[in-house]
Write a protein that binds this ligand. Structure first.
Ligand code: ADP
Ligand code: MG
Length: 238
């Protein structure tokens, strides 16, 4: 009933010359509002393909992707772009920041498409960068920041517009252990605070232990789904 994302018989086949690569076989999956789901699997299992299709970045070969009642597989590029701008935040493994723009400009850019006026955009971007601990890096370009700092800028960019859903594809894949936990705490904390639905791709068991549900992907199929016992902040202090 309160499913925010519904995937039905989702299939993705890539054609490489004569060869067909079945990246996703036939996926059925429902994700609830405010849920935190991890997609776990080895390299090449189809995790990114699945995430990209849910985020409207790639078209399925077959099947349905229904978000909040909207069929993504029926949308054209313009409609998809608009839908993404209004509803979706995305964190990439390799940050994907615009190299010529400062941290502030990278974060505020997405708000332009939402019609937020300049002064408000600047204020929101500055506050969000302060929230992720980069209040002293507002005017730095990506090349002038560490990997962990760049990922925090990209997290600020994904969250600044308070999208309904945030997707992250191996967001800590290029980070050291200490930074990994800082970045995970940041992402999960903000999603919880804003009541957002969070879907993270990882091949790391430890990261998946943060999630409500873990969806194991193998050879383009869902192998199994497990539920985690999540310790809430209140319970921790008991
Ligand atoms: P994962 O994210 O789990 O590592 P991917 O979803 O990136 O896996 O890829 C799943 C399979 O689809 C792999 O075999 C990969 O080589 C193939 N694949 C992914 N993207 C493309 C593409 N654009 N063209 C052809 N094959 C692709
Ligand atoms: Mg991947």
């Amino acid at each position: 009933m309160d499913d925010l994302i519904v995937l039905k018989n989702l299939r993705k086949v890539y054609k490489m010359g004569d060869e067909k690569i079945i990246a996703l076989n036939s996926i059925d999956l429902n994700i609830k509002r405010n849920e935190f789901v991890c997609l776990l699997g080895t390299s090449g299992s189809g995790k990114s393909t699945l995430l990209n299709m849910m985020a409207g970045l790639e078209k399925p070969t077959k099947g349905e992707i229904i978000i909040n009642g909207h069929h993504l597989e029926k949308m054209n590029e313009t409609q998809l772009t608009k839908f993404r701008q209004l509803n979706i935040g995305f964190v990439f493994q390799s940050y994907n920041l615009i190299p010529t723009l400062s941290a502030m400009e990278n974060v505020s850019l997405g708000l332009t498409f939402k019609g937020v006026p300049k002064a408000k955009r600047d204020k929101m971007a500055k506050e969000m960068l302060e929230n992720v601990g980069l209040g002293n890096r507002l005017h730095h370009k990506p090349s002038e920041m560490s990997g962990g700092q760049q990922q925090r800028v990209s997290i600020a960019r994904a969250f600044v517009g308070k999208p309904k859903i945030v997707f992250a594809d191996e967001p800590t894949g290029n980070l050291d252990t200490k930074t990994t936990f800082e970045v995970m705490d940041l992402i999960t904390g903000m999603a919880r605070e804003n009541n957002q639905t969070l879907i993270i791709v990882t091949h790391d068991n430890e990261i998946s232990s943060y999630a409500h549900r873990v969806v194991y992907i193998r050879d383009g199929n869902i192998e199994k789904i497990t539920h985690n016992q999540i310790i809430t902040e209140g319970e921790k202090t008991k």
